[in-house]
Each structure stands twice: as structure tokens, then as C-alpha cells.
Design a protein around this ligand. Sequence first.
Ligand code: MN3
Length: 236
Amino acid sequence: MNTDGLNLPQPFVPPGQHQLPPLPYLYNALEPVISARTMKIHHDRHHKAYVDGLNKTELQLVEARRSNNFEHIRGLERNLAFNGSGHILHSIFWTVMAPGGTARPYGQTEYQIIRYFGSVSAFYNQFSNATNEVEGSGWGVLAWVPSFGHLEVFTAENHQKLTDWGCIPVLVCDVWEHAYYLDYENRRPDYIKAWWGLVNWDDVERRLNLAMQAYVPLTLHTMSGFSEETTGPALM
Ligand code: MN3
């Protein structure tokens, strides 16, 4: 499908063509909260491994389709979700942090947080506790849920488990041990508490405004704003 001219925020990525995005700051920019050593290993090795794994899996799936050999499909689908989610969450993770952070949520983010969670502090407390309680390796995630029209806090085990389909992450906190162990050893709560000071709410605000343009309707016939003139044949 030719999507030229639609100004999509993300271009079509052919199978096996994902690239590791560069960090938007120097390795040592987030010190003392996150050390340069942790950032370098985390970005250059861990994130890169997910990009490489995603590309490899997509190319293996190209070959499986070409040869019509789906003997290994179960593992390939698992690797697809694991590595794809790892690539997406890490890419978001780097940009929702900035040296010194920005003070607090504002604008649409603040409005939607208060609207759903009741207060900014109630959201902070849920996010911090949920993220601290992730069993093993995973993430704390603030996501826009288009189907429900509100924000929600999720935890992701590994990268891909325990989410609602269609939700769009706008703020993520990596609590795999590789994200904090060199700096905090096993003190995950201390890392999370310090991590809040790095959150770049400008980026969260931009991500939320983009996410709120998405539609994952529960039922199509109740959607407003879509008419036959714009959608063609009547929706079923
Ligand atoms: Mn990580």
C-alpha cells in the first residue's frame, strides 16, 4: 500500500530493516541517577540485541512464508513479540528520560491523569508500586487505551506480557536488572524513586497527543465522526 503523503509519524519498515535509534543524549547525561556504564551496556548491547533479534526473526518468517515451512512457527512468533516489544519499549524509554527531567505532568497528560486516577500523586503511587512489584524482569507502563478512552498503568513481564491489546505506551520504566543493578544492586525501589527525577514530561505529552489520535473501537457501529462519505460502504 502506498502511504506516501499521509505524513505518518513512522515510515513503513520492511522485514529485517529495524535500526537501533541513537541515544538522544550522551551516555553520562543521566548521571548520577543512571551511570554512563549502565547506559552504554543497556543501549549498545541489550537494546541492540532486541533489534537484531527482531530483524532475524522477521527474515526467518520471510523464509518460512517463501518455503511454506512453518515447522518453527511457535518459537518464531514468540521471538517476534519479545524482541519487537523490547525494541519498542527501549526506544520509548530513552526519550521519556532527559537530564534533570521536567518537573511534572502538564497539559493533556495532567488532565488525563487526574481525570482517570484522581490525582497526580495517586498515579505516581500506583505506577511506583506496580513497577516495583513486577515479578522478575519487566516494565512499568503508562499507556493510553484507545478502546476505553483513558490512561492506564500496566506492568509488562519480560517485554510483551500483561498488556491490553491496542494500548499505546506513553511512559515506561525499565526494571530489568540490567537497567539498574550496577548502580542500585537489588534496591529497585531506590532506582524507581530516583528515576522519576529523569522523566521528560514534554516527550510524554507529545506521545499522549499522538496516541489519542488512534482508534481501536470496541464496536464500529457506535463510533461517531465516521460517515459513509468518508469511509465508503457502511461499516458492519
Ligand atoms: Mn532494558
